[in-house]
Design a protein around this ligand. Structure first.
Ligand SMILES: [Zn+2]
Ligand SMILES: [Zn+2]
Length: 183
């Protein structure tokens, strides 16, 4: 980090990071700087068109900065080149889940469980791998979402309800979860 010359603007400085080394150093700086700077960074990244994960407050400095930078860079062509859409066997019920097609399928259509593998959707960067247990159905900015708690680390996560794919989330499972979460 070089010293800002006139008006101190560490946020703008952080958002110029490009190399892995710069992102790492910026992340370390963020970790030592406290929540005020984190909040200012997030506000500026969102202003520039970033779309941060809902749990950004839990990310360490390096991952938070990376999320801010990635989405800032991609804001024009809103695509996620690392999003993966793969078939998998559900870790909870064993259901063989095919790939989503139109959108990556990130949870089981049968029991709605998921795995704690992503920081930003599709990046497989969480390094936890715990079972995400559905807690509730909630309205969200991009449509109805499922709120999860990770059985391994306790993190809270959200996935969109996938009701418009060839194999949609099973209405009975969604209904059971909304009944359970409202009562
Ligand atoms: Zn399942
Ligand atoms: Zn976890």
């Amino acid at each position: 980090m070089r010293e800002p010359s006139k008006v101190p603007d560490p946020v703008a400085e952080l958002l110029t990071a490009e190399s892995r080394g710069e992102v790492k150093r910026g992340g370390d700086f963020l970790d030592g700087a406290g929540s005020g700077l984190r909040a200012a960074l997030v506000a500026e990244a969102v202003r520039r068109g970033a779309d941060l994960p809902e749990d950004w407050a839990e990310l360490d400095g390096k991952r938070l900065l990376r999320a801010c930078l990635a989405r800032t860079d991609g804001a024009q062509v809103r695509k996620n080149p690392i999003a993966r859409d793969e078939a998998f066997a559900c870790a909870h019920c064993g259901h063989e889940v095919p790939a989503g097609g139109r959108r990556p399928r990130d949870h089981c259509p049968h029991c709605l469980h998921s795995l704690h593998v992503d920081v930003v959707p599709g990046d497989r960067a969480a390094g936890c791998g715990g079972l995400l247990v559905p807690q509730a159905i909630e309205p969200g900015g991009k449509g109805t979402r499922i709120r999860y708690r990770c059985a391994a680390c306790g993190a809270e996560r959200f996935n969109r309800v996938l009701d418009d794919l060839a194999i949609p989330d099973e209405p009975a499972a969604l209904r059971a979860l909304s009944v359970r979460s409202s009562g």
